[in-house]
Design a protein around this ligand. Sequence first.
Ligand code: SF4
Length: 289
Amino acid sequence: MDTVQNYNIIRGDNCGFCSGVKRAVNIAKKAAKEGKVYTIGELIHNPVVVNQLRELNIIPVEDIAHIPTGSTVLIRSHGITVSQEKEIIKRGFKVIDATCPKVKRAHRICENLSDEFSSVYIIGAANHPEVRGILSRAKGNGKVISDITEVSKLKNKKEMGVLAQTTFRKDKFFKIISELVKKTDVIKIYNTICEETLIRQRELKKIAARVDLLLVVGGKNSSNTKKLFERACEVTKAYHVEDSDGFDIAYLDNAKKIGIMTGASTPIETVIDIENKIRNYFLKRKIKQ
Ligand code: SF4
């Protein structure tokens, strides 16, 4: 906790990159020292970092077809689909796999569940690259459930397997499970929500209860940051900010206790920049008094 002129800034202990993102960024930076590295999609869901990485020769491309022959391709922490994997092998690229080990685990679980069951449900955001990667391992037996309302539309199944996107909200996951069990006689559930995601969700809840303003810092395109923000709004006044430029000082508006929490792909430097902006604001106010 940091006290500034009777205002408190409470920064979450788990702010900054998660281990999977840290690992992927380090692997990419090391590889880029040898030459240009292409990533399929942005390395992480944070535009500030992606722009910095671009300057280091780490180039995101949306379509594998746009990667020049003979290039080095890095698979980001979210992983890729089976068909993308086949394509990069077919094109003969030098491949560096930085898929997070916890995402790899979800891949293996999905493969095994699809061998065992004809219906496998992946609870997560259908359009998220990680979920597309997991779904592609379900061998045609998979379906994504994003919201509890979708469960009532499902037909009853004799048996089913279930797993989650690694960054899914734990409370929502268990609510969906509680409805899915009504649809089947046999259900095998793997809680594949990453422990680091759970820790952040728990910490966010604790901080939100102690502050009158919570800044959730991370890319607007970051799924886990959006979930943290959604959760924060349920408890307190909250803003989702990408960086210090996107943090409007007017947000402080009579706030006395300011909490800061980040998504898994937010560098700690962004938090420090925002904290400095808050401190400068209070310092200027004190000088004026
Ligand atoms: S949130 Fe968890 S699963 Fe996702 S990249 Fe980070 S450590 Fe890996």
